[in-house]
Design a protein around this ligand. Structure first.
Ligand code: CP3
Length: 348
């Protein structure tokens, strides 16, 4: 925790306090849309940026300056965990690529190891962020949920749409899948404990591909480790945000054990999500990032639909329904942040 975390509008909302407006941050706010980021990116590879504490800290804080968001999210990636478990990883133009994806190995468990010190370079980044960030800006730590990370580990190439070989593997190798989930969950928990020790203020678990399995299978295999992870974060006194993208009405089945706040994708309106989701769980989201390709008048017209929700709901964080997409004009991202911060939310 930082020197003055109580002044943060995000932390106040996460604690259940009333605020004059919803707090604002965006998934993928550091990469993709900021001209300042795209400029820095010309000089380094993604790995170099992530492994250089000064550069990674600088990039983490760019959106605070350039977009005026209320929180910073650690500049790293969800795939650093399997990398630390010994899987060769490259970030290519075609997306992240693993050497020898697990679904094609004779023995997928052998060769994976559990050495949390392999993630120390990220703790150095967190230390540097905490040394340089404004006190009222909380730092969001994150990792990928077991399903999303395992799909990449099994399939190998991250932009192969719907991970067909990985999903087949899960159905055909249930016991091995469970062992892999356990190994990945243990490593993720060590990683999260490290992030907490080095001073993150909030934690978000990204399950971007949660919708790729039928909800019953997801519930049986992948929600138990989510509860385990949530417990670790809560035991440390930090708020836990969960983003299970694409589970549709499955959001109605989640309990406060899985989320303090639920990050809602754009497929469900926030009003409907509020009716479906357990009343003790706060919401985050869910502006459709594709809207940001539209002219600003059109964007504003759509955003006005959030005013009523924001007036009636204090336990809500303004965000996207998924990350910014590459190519979204920076001015539109900035317009979105400005609008959210300056709209007349009619909160007393
Ligand atoms: O604002 C930020 O960008 C914060 C840091 C961040 C990155 N990845 C940096 C990154 C975060 C929070 C992530 C999460 C992540 N990574 C997710 C979950 C959220 C989501 O967007 O769905 C997933 C599924 C990944 C896996 C991943 N990493 C993919 C599919 C890719 C390629 C495409 C892309 O740009 O997302 C990456 C590489 C990656 N992660 C880059 C960055 C800045 C691009 C690296 C490059 O340009 O070489």
């Amino acid at each position: 925790m930082q020197t003055n975390p109580t002044e943060s509008i995000l932390l106040r909302t996460l604690k259940g306090e009333s605020t004059e407006r919803p707090p604002v941050w965006f998934m993928r706010q550091a990469g993709r849309v900021l001209p300042s980021y795209l400029e820095i990116k010309k000089q380094y590879t993604f790995w170099q940026m992530m492994q250089n504490p000064e550069v990674a800290a600088q990039v983490t804080l760019l959106p605070v300056e350039d977009l005026g968001v209320d929180a910073a999210i650690l500049f790293s990636d969800i795939l650093v965990v399997p990398y630390a478990m010994g899987m060769g990883l490259d970030f290519t133009d075609a997306g992240p690529t693993f050497d020898e994806p697990l679904a094609f190995r004779e023995n997928p468990i052998n060769g994976l190891f559990d050495d949390p010190t392999k993630l120390d370079y990220i703790y150095a980044v967190i230390d540097e962020i905490n040394r340089t960030k404004p006190a009222h800006i909380p730092l969001i730590g994150f990792c990928g949920a077991p399903l999303t990370v395992l799909l990449f580990m099994l399939q190998g190439l991250g932009r192969k749409g719907d991970f067909p070989d990985a999903i087949r593997f899960i159905y055909e190798n249930r016991e091995t899948t469970k062992q892999l989930i356990d190994a990945l969950t243990d490593m993720s928990i060590e990683y999260i404990k490290g992030q907490i020790k080095h001073g993150i203020d909030v934690f978000q678990l990204f399950d971007t591909h949660a919708g790729l399995l039928p909800f019953d299978v997801y519930n049986e295999l992948f929600l138990p480790p989510v509860r385990k992870i949530a417990q670790v974060v809560r035991d440390a006194g930090l708020p836990f945000i969960f983003f299970p993208k694409g589970i549709g009405t499955g959001i109605a089945k989640l309990t406060p054990e899985e989320a303090d706040f639920l990050s809602v994708d754009w497929q469900t309106s926030l009003t409907n999500a509020r009716k479906l989701v357990h009343p003790e769980i706060g919401l985050q989201g869910n502006v459709d990032p594709r809207l940001l390709f539209a002219p600003q008048e059109e964007i504003e017209k759509e955003l006005k639909k959030y005013l009523r929700f924001g007036a009636e709901n204090q336990n809500w964080i303004f965000n996207l329904g998924h990350g910014f997409m590459p190519g979204i004009p920076f001015e539109n991202a900035r317009f979105l942040a400005d609008w959210a911060k300056n709209a007349d939310w009619k909160r007393s």
